[in-house]
Every structure is written in structure tokens, then in C-alpha cells.
Design a protein around this ligand. Structure first.
Ligand code: ZN
Length: 88
């Protein structure tokens, strides 16, 4: 079985606490705890804003270069379920 990744930000979800929570308190199978709590997205952003945020995180937390971080974010994020249905 492939490792699940968050369908909002692309983060790999390994431990049960990495998963978000549905409105009924059960674990979300699709979204991480940073993106999804109580059945709702924790952040309400456009795809462009979300990519910018993730570029900043990749640079500061992962030490990636601006170009690498942007290449990763723009290739991964628009293909995730949360953003696909916007018709991008
Ligand atoms: Zn996420």
C-alpha cells in the first residue's frame, strides 16, 4: 500500500497523529492535522497563496533553495485532491 500523503499539502502521513480529524472525531484518511481539523480546513487560502506558504516552509524547515522549493510545490500541490476540484 502506498504511503498516504495529505491531499492538501502533500505531507507524508506516517503516524496516526499525523492525520486530521473529521467532524465526528474520527481520523481523516486524506488530510493531515495541519490542514484539517473538526471536518474543516484549518486554512482557507487560494492555491497560489498555499503554494507561497509551502515554498516558505520548504525553505525554512527543509533548507531547500527557492527554485527547488517552488518547483516541488508547483508540481505536487495542484495535483492534490483539495486543489484539483477547483478546476486548475
Ligand atoms: Zn496537509
Amino acid at each position: 500500500m502506498p504511503q498516504p500523503i495529505c491531499q492538501s499539502c502533500g505531507m507524508p502521513m506516517q503516524k496516526s497523529e499525523d492525520f486530521g480529524k473529521n467532524a465526528d472525531g474520527s481520523a481523516s484518511a486524506e488530510y493531515c492535522r495541519y490542514c484539517f481539523q473538526n471536518g474543516k480546513y484549518t486554512v482557507d487560502m487560494t492555491l497560489e497563496q498555499f503554494i507561497e506558504k509551502n515554498v516558505e516552509i520548504a525553505k525554512s524547515k527543509l533548507g531547500m533553495s527557492e527554485a527547488d522549493a517552488r518547483a516541488m510545490a508547483t508540481s505536487v500541490i495542484p495535483n492534490l485532491k483539495r486543489w484539483k476540484k477547483l478546476g486548475n
